[in-house]
Design a binder for this molecule. Structure first.
Ligand code: BGC
Length: 714
């Protein structure tokens, strides 16, 4: 506590205060909300554009062509990495960037100090809690700055089109609305610390197989309704200050030289005033890329170095374009204070940030199954516990690749469980490499906790089964002890052919450095699980559309998105498939009842449709005996036609409410025109059809409790 105090006392006011910390830790949603609302808002939102822009342009006027070129790409040598050099003569500071999105990554082996390993972003999405996402971003932004960086390469908001994608764990799941809202809050948190957020990867970087040159053929409707909306929210609602263009091609063009996407949609249509950087090695041209809207080549100047200088000299790239690229980056950096108050290195407050990482991990876990009496564990009634499995040996701090964080410390599973269970409970451990021995251990214990999982990583897609004999291990343990509780640590959906044989299943994702404490808190009921799945868990691979290689992973480096908008639950619902666990699903140690749906108005004329605001209200009651949080979800079922087929339901709003036993709370959702719109490919615009719209409110996409309608007249 003392160190925590020290951290907050020496703060400049940008860190969360002790009171807020307590509120967040106790999940007292309202108190935490009040605290978090007091965070400084993003410089991108606040500062008047004029001053920074004028100052940036005045600077650019004083630069020689060689200086300009030097500022259009990063450099990489023995001492520099993720680094755009300074120009001291003009007072231009260096720009240091670092990874994201699961905490502050090391930026290359051994190149940066350790930081707080937060739970994986997919766990953050499972909270469906925008306050948690803001808090997560605040920690990221503060620590990135503590380590001297001005730009943080996060969030990753690519849609989980296929669960096999190796980077699913880095992002927020399969629904564009949920992804967008978590992203906006995460960006606000990062940028509240005067750290430039960098939303990535624009756009549709949805697989790692052939990621550098896969050509994705995506229809306009799927692009607009599934793959672009979260980026649009990040820009329009979250005021993100920078964007990273992706490796892949969309409809034949590399993203970093795709003028319709970068200049057309991002800049002109959405009014993006920040700057665009390339993913590492995603630039492919010297002339097309600057003209398309790419502002900075990373990590080095293969195309934006000498080659660009020659192209400018030859008149193939106008100097005015170069000046604009620089002005966009400089004015953003000026607004974030990087020119006047560059980030200074200072120690990361490991303990308080670790406590927040723990509470975020707890909030993101999803209880998938719980037979009566299985969970929570009661230490007073237990004599022995068997903790088994390869994922019980060490804390699972994150997935692999550029998002990897070197943690400041870790809490391993067994010490976490031992600390919570107390000295009276005997905790025995087996890594599960010998299933017969593990089963014998399980048989001798009051309950068996099996920790299995899958390590996913950037650069490689993965199968959906756990592999390494883990399914057989779970079966062997379950056969030996009826109270077998499976804790899954995966980065995406996995297959669970043993689900019907075990007493309880907890999806813990990659819990981060506080793994041992966070999992124990859920198992023993100190924290009541409230996470809900941000992506569908299928029963088998054959029921996913990815079973068709032309769609995924593609044939001859072409992936056809012929499923259109039918991605994730939109696909399963439209085909009438029953997944293992549906989108939006998750159990609690308490229960909730819904009632009193009120919709206003329920009828709209077509003329008022573009400006429509529909209010949907209901009440949720905690009908059990424990305090807990429920995530109420609102889906809209749009009128469908052969010409424009619609999925049965689409998420358009959600609310997380914390309730004491017996407590009832009113919930109000607000829907706007976009909630009722589809992308009209003929008119190239959002449009609202006349007809009946079903309003569905419930506890998951497959557990709708209240139904109503809104009619849009012809
Ligand atoms: C980016 C990643 C990217 C990677 C390549 C990073 O710096 O932030 O998202 O794909 O470089 O490993």
């Amino acid at each position: 506590m003392d160190r925590m105090k020290a951290r907050t006392m020496t703060d400049t006011g940008q860190r969360i205060g002790l009171r807020c910390l307590a509120a967040v830790l106790s999940s007292a949603a309202l108190a935490a909300a009040a605290c978090l609302a007091a965070l400084p808002s993003s410089p991108a939102r606040k500062a008047p554009a004029g001053g920074a822009d004028a100052r940036a342009r005045a600077l650019v006027r004083r630069m020689t062509l060689a200086e300009k070129i030097a500022e259009l790409h990063g450099i990489r040598d023995a001492t520099h990495y993720r680094y755009v050099p300074p120009i001291p003569r003009l007072g231009i500071p260096a720009l240091r960037t670092t990874n994201g999105p699961a905490g502050v990554g090391p930026g290359g082996a051994g190149r940066q100090a350790p930081a707080t390993a937060l739970p994986a972003p997919i766990a953050l999405a499972s909270t469906w809690d925008v306050r948690a996402a803001r808090e997560y971003g605040r920690i990221e932004g503060a620590e990135a700055r503590d380590l001297g960086n001005g730009l943080f390469e996060a969030p990753d908001i690519n849609i989980a089109r296929v669960p096999q994608n190796g980077r699913t764990f880095e992002a927020y799941g399969e629904d564009p609305y949920l992804v967008g809202q978590i992203a906006v809050a995460n960006i606000e948190g990062i940028q509240s610390q005067r750290e430039i957020a960098n939303v990535k990867h624009f756009v549709a970087n949805n697989q790692e197989t052939n990621r550098f040159d896969i050509n994705e053929i995506i229809g306009a409707r799927a692009l607009r309704e599934i793959y672009l909306p979260a980026f649009e929210a990040a820009v329009r609602q979250g005021h993100v200050a920078s964007v990273m263009c992706a490796y892949n091609k969309v409809n034949g063009y590399f993203n970093c030289e795709n003028r319709p996407l970068l200049h057309g949609i991002l800049q002109k249509e959405w009014g993006f005033r920040g700057f665009v950087i390339s993913d590492w090695g995603a630039t492919h041209s010297t002339v097309d890329s600057p003209l398309a809207g790419l502002d900075l080549e990373m990590p080095t100047g293969i195309y934006f170095g000498d080659a660009l200088q020659q192209a400018v000299a030859a008149g193939r790239v106008p100097v005015s374009v170069i000046d604009e690229m620089l002005a966009r980056r400089f004015r953003t950096m000026i607004r974030f204070g990087l020119f006047d108050r560059p980030p200074k290195r200072r120690p990361i407050p490991a303990k308080p940030d670790g406590l927040l990482a723990r509470s975020l991990a707890e909030e993101g876990m999803v209880l998938l199954k719980n037979n009566p009496g299985a969970l929570p564990l009661d230490a007073a009634r237990l004599k022995s516990l068997a903790v088994i499995g390869p994922y019980a040996a060490r804390a699972i701090t994150g997935g692999g690749g550029s998002s990897h964080v070197v943690p400041l410390y870790t809490v391993d599973p067994v010490p976490g469980i031992e600390a919570r269970a107390g000295a009276r409970v005997h905790v025995a451990f087996s890594d599960g490499s010998d299933p017969a021995q593990a089963a014998a251990l399980a048989k001798s214990a009051d309950a068996a906790i099996v920790m299995v999982g899958q390590m996913n990583r950037e650069g490689r897609d993965h199968p959906l089964d756990l592999g390494d004999g883990q399914d057989a291990l779970v079966r062997a343990v379950a056969a030996a002890n009826p109270r077998t509780i499976v804790v899954v640590k995966s980065g995406s959906a996995v297959l669970m052919p043993w689900a019907h044989r075990v007493a309880a299943i907890l999806e813990a994702w990659y819990p981060g450095e506080e793994d041992g404490n966070a999992v124990a808190a859920i198992l023993f009921g100190d924290a009541n699980p409230s996470g809900k799945l941000p992506l569908t868990f299928p029963q088998s691979v054959s029921e996913t559309f990815a079973a068709n290689p032309a769609e995924y992973p593609g044939v001859a480096k072409v992936a056809r998105y012929s499923e259109g908008v039918f991605v994730g639950y939109r696909y399963y619902d439209s085909k009438g498939l029953v997944p293992l666990f549906p989108f939006g699903y998750g159990l609690s140690y308490t229960t909730f009842a819904y009632k009193g749906l009120r919709i206003s108005p329920t009828r709209l004329s077509r003329g008022e449709a573009p400006r429509l605001k529909v209010q949907v209200e209901c009440a949720v009651r905690n009908t059990g005996r424990r305090a807990g949080a429920e995530i109420a979800q609102l889906y809209v079922g749009m009128p469908s036609s052969t010409a424009v087929p619609e999925p049965p339901e689409q998420l358009k709003a959600f609310a997380r409410v914390m309730l004491r036993p017996g407590q009832t709370t009113p919930i109000r959702f607000l829907l706007d025109a976009r909630s009722f719109s589809y992308w009209d490919t003929t008119g190239n615009r959002w449009a609202i059809r006349p007809g009946e719209y079903r309003i569905l409110v419930g506890s998951s996409s497959r557990d709708i409790r209240l139904r109503g309608t809104v009619r849009v007249a012809r």
